[in-house]
Design a binder for this molecule. Structure first.
Ligand code: NAI
Ligand code: ISE
Length: 337
């Protein structure tokens, strides 16, 4: 059976996910789309030659009886309402990060899902599907570098739009690290502090950029994450894990090495779409396969909640300049151990 998908949000990642579900992946077709920018929705349907109905309201996509499962790829603040509606309709939903704008919002989704009695939500945290992060995790889990002591990480975007604000560095960007670093270290955050170096002249007014976020985990691992969203030179994700027996680094994306004019050069990617292109394919193929098997295994609503608990503490730390506690409640047995 072909899984019939409805997609809410036809912007940058919406178009990418619609393309991959329609042209690259197996077992699904996009039969319904919606965007508050109706022209954007029409453009994606026409450019891909899809036979998909265009709805004015995302809620109508969710409630359309012919739609089996939902992808939420609209702006961050809309995620909670669409995901709650999909869960209430008993439909599987893949929701892009962040799951909601606060831990409280994520908790409402967790509670709604538990009331339904089965996992219905997968969050679009794609890094655990990236081959580089998987290799790094394998090295850590095998004990090759011994007990973990420190992680040094960076999330750099070439530039961001004028509407990107200082708090979005946490809720929209760092949220990827908040998820993947919990997964890598198999640990939860205990405290967080945010410090600001001088701001780059390439930032727009009102955006403090870069920022450094400093964590201590429950096991006492220290993590520093640089978020630098106007770094100019490229899209660059770094992660170095320091253990007591050695150091492991996230591999660089492969690129041709060029020797020319007395220089040795590698290309640095500039766009998140290219950096994680394979990981997005794998995560959505896993979602499609899992929905067809009637059980989800990817990043859960609880993972979305855990990342948002840490994000809330980071937001407090941005304001207070103090070391803020991160209080993570115990995981319900519903979400496994
Ligand atoms: P975008 O601004 O390019 O696209 C968002 C689209 O959502 C726009 O076309 C907008 O008109 C539409 N929209 C907003 N509210 C809506 C509503 N109520 N109903 C229907 N459509 C609505 O943004 P982009 O970059 O595509 O991001 C979309 C979401 O995906 C964000 O939540 C973002 O955090 C997430 N994202 C995730 C990435 C990842 O690496 N996993 C990468 C980029 C974005
Ligand atoms: C964007 O929404 C993403 O999710 C990208 O992966 C991230 O690098 C970027 O900072 C966000 O704005």
């Amino acid at each position: 059976m072909t899984l019939k998908l409805g997609v809410i949000g036809c912007g940058a990642i919406g178009r990418e996910h619609i393309r991959r579900c329609s042209k690259v992946l197996q077992g699904a077709e996009v039969i319904a789309v919606s965007d508050i920018n109706a022209q954007g929705a029409r453009d994606v349907v026409n450019s891909l030659g899809l036979n998909a109905e265009i709805y004015a309201d995302g809620m109508d996509v969710i409630n359309a009886p012919q739609v089996d499962a939902i992808l939420v790829t609209s702006w961050d603040p809309t995620h909670e309402a669409f995901t709650l509606a999909a869960v209430a309709a008993g439909k599987y939903v893949f929701c892009e990060k962040p799951l909601a704008m606060s831990a409280e919002g994520c908790r409402r989704i967790v509670d709604a899902e538990m009331t339904q009695g089965k996992r219905l939500v997968q969050v679009g945290f794609m890094r655990p599907y990236d081959s580089g992060y998987q290799a790094l995790k394998k090295v850590i889990d095998r004990g090759d570098i011994g007990e973990l002591l420190m992680l040094h990480c960076a999330h750099r975007n070439q530039s961001v739009a004028e509407n990107y604000t200082t708090d979005m560095a946490i809720t929209n960007t760092l949220i990827h690290e908040l998820d993947v670093l919990r997964w890598l270290t198999d640990d939860d955050y205990k405290t967080v502090q945010v410090v600001y170096p001088r701001t780059t002249t390439k930032s727009h007014s009102g955006l403090k950029d870069p920022q450094i976020v400093l964590f201590e985990t429950q096991k006492g691992i220290r993590i520093d994450v640089e978020i630098f969203v106007n770094c100019s030179y490229g899209y660059d994700i770094q992660c170095e894990v320091v253990g007591e027996d050695g150091i492991a680094r996230l591999p660089e994306p492969s690129s041709i090495q060029l020797r020319k004019e007395a220089r040795l050069a590698n290309t640095i990617l500039t766009d998140w779409k290219d950096r994680f292109i394979d990981a997005y394919d794998v995560e959505l193929q896993a979602f499609i396969n899992d929905v067809k098997a009637d059980r989800l295994t990817g990043p859960s609503a609880w993972d979305g909640f855990a990342a948002s608990v840490a994000a809330d503490a980071c937001l407090r730390a941005q304001q207070s300049a103090a070391i803020e506690p991160v209080s993570m409640p115990p995981r319900p047995s519903f979400y496994g151990n």
